[in-house]
Design a protein around this ligand. Structure first.
Ligand SMILES: CC(=O)N[C@H]1[C@@H](OP(=O)(O)OP(=O)(O)OC[C@H]2O[C@@H](n3ccc(=O)[nH]c3=O)[C@H](O)[C@@H]2O)O[C@H](CO)[C@@H](O)[C@@H]1O[C@H](C)C(=O)N[C@@H](C)C(=O)N[C@H](CCC(=O)O)C(=O)O
Ligand SMILES: Nc1ncnc2c1ncn2[C@@H]1O[C@H](COP(=O)(O)OP(=O)(O)OP(=O)(O)O)[C@@H](O)[C@H]1O
Ligand SMILES: N[C@H](CCC[C@H](N)C(=O)O)C(=O)O
Ligand SMILES: [Mg+2]
Length: 489
């Protein structure tokens, strides 16, 4: 594709318009002949340091921040086209969008500390129930009616994202729901996506290693509403959630349409909520009439997630009745309060991806009413991620559960004993078992009739990251093996 087709508002040197660009990447190691290399300043290194390598590997154009342009023009072989932008990450995202040039016709995105994967998963199911070919993209990868492809990041880098959106479009996908992580928003990964509706779940503590303050974290989330959603777009949130006044203000300033949900919501007002076995009966008032919906999921937070999802689908064009009826057959996202097995004596094991204080609090609160006996939890924190949340996770576990077992999550580069120690600071009476499989076996060994064990933190994950290696590990497998060891199925 010719450079001028993807360059947007970037200044092109004379004669560069017709340069044929074979591909785009921000990783010098992935450059092939004819590629455009985006040299980005990162958390660890400055991509500009690899521009020479990229050109040696065949890159014919380099995109760089303005501050490095004269240096690179002098350093790189003559003939290399060097493009500059104030925000090279944003420029890269816009270029990737133009390079791949197609995305599903209708797209919604959801941000928030917790619930993004669940909401995206629900929106896809609602779109499908409405007869659309739909996909969701996020932490658990790309999901369509044909299956799931695991990605890695919650919000993929822009080149991977647009390549994926193009592939989905070619496969006939017309509707998609996307998770917008704060890292993704902050790093402009989504800036080239054309969105119709944007949703917000909630804001709690997370990623305080990356964002210096809660305000900075919130500002990253607000980019979705302030910078990414185009004029004429719609926003969906529960006004009962903290910080949503900030979204309301942006929506008012920008003239965006607002659809609110929840107890004080106007679009979908939750007028009643009653548990009914493993379901919840919601009474929902709407402008189109009142509905009684049996949501086949437990936990108040799944009600919030389901309402935000329905709001997103409705603002994206799905009929209100169709969206609400679809809630009656929703399936939870893998590893989110997922039933993982039962001991012969009736004790129940649940797997949940809670790896933040609020998520642990909510997941255990959701399970408590179903525990006739004791509620226990296996908890650990990931290494190289927000250390401040560790004691708070321990504290939430100790407050909500009768028994806490502290174990390893993904230690990454850190000493796992120190991570456990930090979690134990909030849960001083907990049992400490470093080996996660052993912790799961012990939790199951102690499970009595009527008890529930929640294995928290890793949800759908299939590996344990220790230093630079990913060891095969799945909570699902570990639970199945432990139950089999107890003589159960
Ligand atoms: C901290 C963080 O978010 N880092 C992301 C960021 O990397 P970076 O640009 O800071 O990387 P860097 O290592 O400093 O390198 C700078 C540049 O030099 C380039 N480089 C580097 C080495 C080389 O030999 N050649 C080369 O060209 C790199 O490709 C990069 O462009 O941009 C990369 C491309 O988009 C991401 O892959 C990378 O995600 C890393 C792997 C990561 O672990 N991110 C996590 C924290 C993350 O993003 N999580 C969120 C939130 C999850 C949640 O919801 O809780 C997510 O969306 O998944
Ligand atoms: N609306 C919610 N409010 C509070 N906690 C929630 C909510 N939804 C889900 N959770 C909890 O958070 C965990 C993760 O949920 P989910 O994967 O849907 O969120 P996420 O925002 O995508 O998380 P991540 O950023 O880690 O990908 C769940 O397993 C559950 O414990
Ligand atoms: N998307 C999350 C995943 C955390 C999962 C948990 N198992 C951990 O390793 O902390 C993050 O990167 O913060
Ligand atoms: Mg997610």
């Amino acid at each position: 594709m010719h450079l001028h087709h993807i360059a947007g508002s970037l200044d092109l040197p004379d004669g560069a318009e017709g340069l044929d660009i074979a591909g785009i990447t921000s990783d010098s190691r992935a450059v092939k002949p004819g590629y455009l290399f985006a040299a980005l300043k990162g958390e660890k290194v400055d991509g500009a340091a690899f521009a020479g390598k990229a050109v040696a590997a065949g890159a014919s154009a380099v995109l760089v921040g303005r501050e490095a342009v004269s240096r690179l023009r002098a350093e790189l072989p003559s003939g290399t086209v060097v493009l500059a932008d104030e925000e090279p990450r944003r420029a890269l995202a816009l270029m990737a969008a133009k390079f791949y040039a197609r995305q599903p016709k209708v797209m919604v995105a959801v941000t928030g500390t917790s619930g993004k994967t669940s909401v995206a998963h629900f929106v896809r199911q609602i779109f499908q129930a409405a007869g659309h070919s739909a996909a969701s993209l996020g932490t658990i990868g790309t999901v369509t009616a044909d299956g799931q492809i695991y990605g890695g990041l919650t919000t993929p880098d822009p080149v991977a994202l647009h390549a994926e959106l193009a592939r989905l479009t070619d496969d006939g996908i017309t509707h998609a729901a996307l998770e917008a992580s704060s890292h993704g928003l902050d790093q402009h990964r989504l800036d080239g996506v054309r969105l119709d509706v944007a949703g917000f779940t909630n804001l709690g503590r997370d990623h305080m290693d990356y964002h210096p303050t809660i305000e900075d974290y919130l500002q990253a989330k607000l980019r979705l509403f302030r910078d990414l959603l185009p004029e004429g777009g719609s926003v969906v949130y529960d006004p009962g959630e903290k910080y949503t006044d900030r979204i309301a203000k942006i929506a008012e300033e920008r003239g965006l349409r607002v659809f609110t949900v929840g107890q004080t919501g106007k679009g979908l007002r939750l007028a009643g909520l009653n548990p009914n076995g493993a379901s919840q009966i919601l009474r929902i008032e709407t402008e189109r009439g009142d509905y009684s919906v049996s949501l086949p999921l437990i936990g108040h937070f799944q009600v919030s997630n389901a309402l935000v999802a329905a709001g997103l689908a409705i603002m994206a064009g799905v009929n209100t009745g169709t969206a609400l009826r679809a809630l009656e057959s929703l399936k939870g996202a893998p590893g989110r309060l997922e039933f993982a097995g039962r001991k012969k004596n009736g004790g129940l094991v649940v797997i949940d991806y809670a790896h933040k204080p609020d998520a642990i609090d909510n997941a255990l609160a959701a399970l408590r009413p179903f525990a006739d006996g004791k509620l226990s939890v296996i908890v650990g924190a990931g290494g190289d991620r927000d250390p401040g949340k560790r004691p708070l996770m321990g504290e939430a576990a100790a407050r909500r559960a009768d028994l806490v077992i502290v174990t390893d999550d993904n230690p990454r580069s850190e000493d796992p004993a120190l991570i456990r120690k930090a979690v134990l600071a909030g849960a001083p009476d907990a049992i400490e078992i470093a080996d996660r499989a052993e912790a799961i076996r012990e939790g199951i060994r102690r499970l009595g009739p009527g008890d529930i064990l929640c294995v928290a933190g890793k949800g759908h994950e299939t590996g344990q990251i220790v230093k630079d290696t990913i060891l095969p590990f799945s909570d699902h497998m570990a639970v199945a093996e432990a139950l089999a060891g107890e003589g159960n199925q």
